[in-house]
Design a protein. Sequence first.
Length: 370
Amino acid sequence: MLNIESENGTPLDNQIEKADQQDESADDGTESFDYTQVRAVARIALYDDLRSAPRVTEIHPAPTAEFIESLASKIYEQAKSAGGTIPYTVIREVSENFIHARFAEATVSILDDGNTIRFADQGPGIPFKDQAQIPGFTSAVEPMKHYIRGVGSGLPIVKEYLDFSHGTITIEDNLGTGAVVTISLRPDGALSQPQEPLYPQDLAQQQQPQQPIYQDQYGYAAPQYPVESAPARPTYGYGAEQQPLMQPRYQQQQQQYDPRYQQDPYAPQQGMPPYYQGGAPKYPVQGHAMAGQYPVAPLIPPLSQRERDFLPIFLNEGALGVTDLSRLTGVPQSSTYVTLSKLEENGLIEKTVGQKRILTDLGYHVANSL
């Protein structure tokens, strides 16, 4: 049998077989890339405003797990320092998504005082954008699953949290190639407050000088009631209209007062600063009346110092798992699990998607009171 060799002495059949294997690996897209190490540089651009250049931070090449952790932590740190409220777990889920793009030109932009974060890459892109936000749809291959769950739960978890928190997530095509994932969460004060209905007299009051804001002073808004003038003093004599023989005492006394004292004492007077049209401030009265206006604070179960430390973290971060909380606090995972179990027994937290915990209504109240 004729054995043909190439110029370097290697049999030509072996070279052809090796080339075929390389072609198959390139088509498969799994063996030709080393997922254990990230060799690209990721960049984080923090925008103070769009009228000036951003401050850029680079995340240098590192082992994959360390690279993802450094990237997510730095994004969270910078967004929070800018005033953002997006939790670490949400940022981590989207940061892990860069592995699908093999971390090609990973760029993160932090906007809107940290409340909008845009993740862009130049990977293969996300052709089915709607399915990517539904649990179970995934393009993860086996080497990726050493660093991410790879079951199609990342972006759905992000979408679920943002929908619950009045936030948004959008997936777009990048310029040329790649994908852009943008997450945004409204700050607490951005939610629009429902306006009270306007009565006809309110339209006339809008023309008057601005009055002190009652809500800022007392914590709640008093209803806008029309200020009615005092009833005309009844006439007496034979021509007077017959009155009931028995009248309530307060009505008899009211008829004896001078008409000028029957006016609303809190109505605006000429030359005097205007008072609020709704009348005198209604201070809460202790006793049964107060109990009807304000909810009674629930009893707070006795908590250890560690349990008291954990609750505000859930208030700021949202849904957290044992690993997430252990990473944030430095507490061992075994101790973290025991503490979470006690909080769960007391009804302060409950399990949600992916074995994570969130605050219950009681837990939210207790966390705010600490």
